[in-house]
Design a protein around this ligand. Structure first.
Ligand code: PLP
Length: 440
């Protein structure tokens, strides 16, 4: 309560805008996930590793626009590229030269030869699911319990199911995660557990010749950060292929944030399709879908209608080119690795010192603290996490000048290429104040 009072006191103009906004914006925001408690934060601008609210407060921005600001804000290379494109027109619905450069970069990094573009992570995973179905002529897909892949019908299933709805761990229910999604559709999405090849094998066995493929984050990031156990990703590919089914890696979040070629390059397991979005555009809306030659030839021949007015638009292509060739370069990642280690070590030390039930989980530029009795391997273990502490931690960080994504339990921080050691030390110092307060 005290932290909520500090929060509100520091942001009177945000409160005014929030009140005015409720008249014309549903819920006073432009996406339900912008609703933070006790009130939404209204930002005026961002520069480098910082954002500023309308009350003039400065924050180290580790929210990173829900993981899309790996470049930080107003990165000079992105600004240059976008400004030049704005002067030359932002939309033609015809391909431009930069699309070839971006696709070549992605092909080199992800080891998949053919690419298309879209505008959001949701569009990318929707196309991937459609394409798996279209290519195989099968209707069923498999997704992991607790995994988030965007807000289209096929994947809005068992995203955060309650323990009561979820069913037995070995045979989970397909639970619609939003109203408005017919059961007839959710029943086509079968649910497996992350890190459990047996659960996928059982589903393939129970539905012979009917599963088009599986969509999975190769490092699961909707429930803390859960790394794949050794052999899991290669095992998935083998298992699915042995039954004529396909594998899609959703690297919307992991993509450029864990390394230059995502988890795909790190793990050496190349899927049939990969989805990218978020950080790829340096802060401009974009998505990309990479695929094998047979799958993308199916698209090329019109076997699957992969379309969109703004797909590959010149603005997004210019921004992505700058991002790939000037920002997310190989050298960038050694700097980020240093900051990752600093953050993990500093927070882990405080957790030990104050004997908290907590874990720091990191992968490249991404990281989070979850409060629970054990390190997590799947969604069911994630259900043991203490949500109330996550919110209290978020408030402490916010009032201490560090902007984190509001659902600490689900969302991760993002270190940008424009952050430095002082920014990470602020995160650690705030965590120490929080740890001291809850231990008092
Ligand atoms: N896939 C993953 C793994 C995500 O984390 C998200 C968004 O958070 C999406 C897909 C959907 O992306 P978007 O919000 O751009 O539609």
């Amino acid at each position: 309560t005290e932290q909520e009072e500090i929060f509100t006191r520091r942001q009177p103009r945000s409160a005014e805008l929030a009140a005015a906004a409720t008249e014309v914006l549903a819920g006073g925001v432009t996406s339900n996930w912008q609703i933070t408690q006790p009130q939404p934060v209204w930002l005026s601008h961002g520069k480098g590793g910082k954002v500023y609210d309308v009350d003039g407060n400065e924050y180290v921005d580790l929210h990173g626009g829900y993981g899309a600001a790996l470049a930080g804000h107003a990165h000079p290379a992105v600004v240059r590229a976008v400004k030049a494109q704005v002067d030359n027109g932002t939309h033609f619905a015809q391909p431009t030269r930069n699309a070839i450069v971006v696709a070549q970069e992605l092909a080199g990094r992800w080891g998949l030869p053919r690419w298309r573009f879209a505008n959001s992570g949701t569009e990318a995973t929707m196309d991937a699911v459609h394409l798996m179905r279209s290519y195989t002529g099968r209707d069923l897909i498999i997704k992991v319990e607790g995994g988030y892949h965007g807000h289209h019908d096929s994947v809005q299933v068992s995203v955060m199911p309650d323990e009561d709805d979820a069913g037995p761990k070995e045979n989970p229910n397909s639970v619609p995660s939003s109203s408005g999604i017919p059961r007839a559709i959710t029943s086509l999405t079968l649910i497996a557990q992350f890190n459990d090849l047996g659960s996928v094998a059982r589903l393939l066995e129970a539905h012979p010749g009917q599963v088009a493929g599986m969509i999975v984050e190769p490092i699961m990031m909707n429930a803390g950060i859960i790394a794949p156990l050794p052999g899991y990703l290669a095992g998935l590919r083998e298992l699915l292929h042995s039954r004529g089914a396909l594998l899609t890696f959703d690297e919307v979040k992991t993509g450029l944030t864990v390394g230059p070629g995502g988890v795909t390059r790190q793990s050496g397991v190349t899927p049939d399709l990969v989805c990218l979005a978020k950080s790829l555009g340096g802060g401009v809306a974009i998505a990309a879908i990479g695929g094998t030659v047979p799958l993308m030839d199916h698209v090329a021949s019109g076997g699957y209608e992969m379309v969109g007015t703004f797909n590959g638009n010149p603005l997004a292509m210019a921004a992505a080119r700058a991002m790939l060739t000037e920002v997310a370069t190989e050298e960038t990642y050694s700097r980020i690795e240093g900051l990752r280690i600093r953050a993990a070590a500093g927070i882990s030390a405080a957790i030990r010192e104050y004997a908290l039930n907590g874990w720091v989980m990191t992968a490249g530029a991404k990281g989070c603290v979850v409060f629970g009795p054990q390190a997590i391997r799947d969604y069911r273990e994630f259900l043991t996490v203490d949500d109330s502490l996550s919110h209290a931690h978020w408030l402490f960080q916010h009032n201490g000048g560090v902007f984190l994504p509001p659902w600490g339990k689900i969302e991760q921080w993002l270190i940008s290429v424009q952050h430095d050691e002082a920014d990470i030390d602020r995160l650690i110092a705030n965590f120490r104040s929080f740890a001291a307060a809850i231990s008092a």
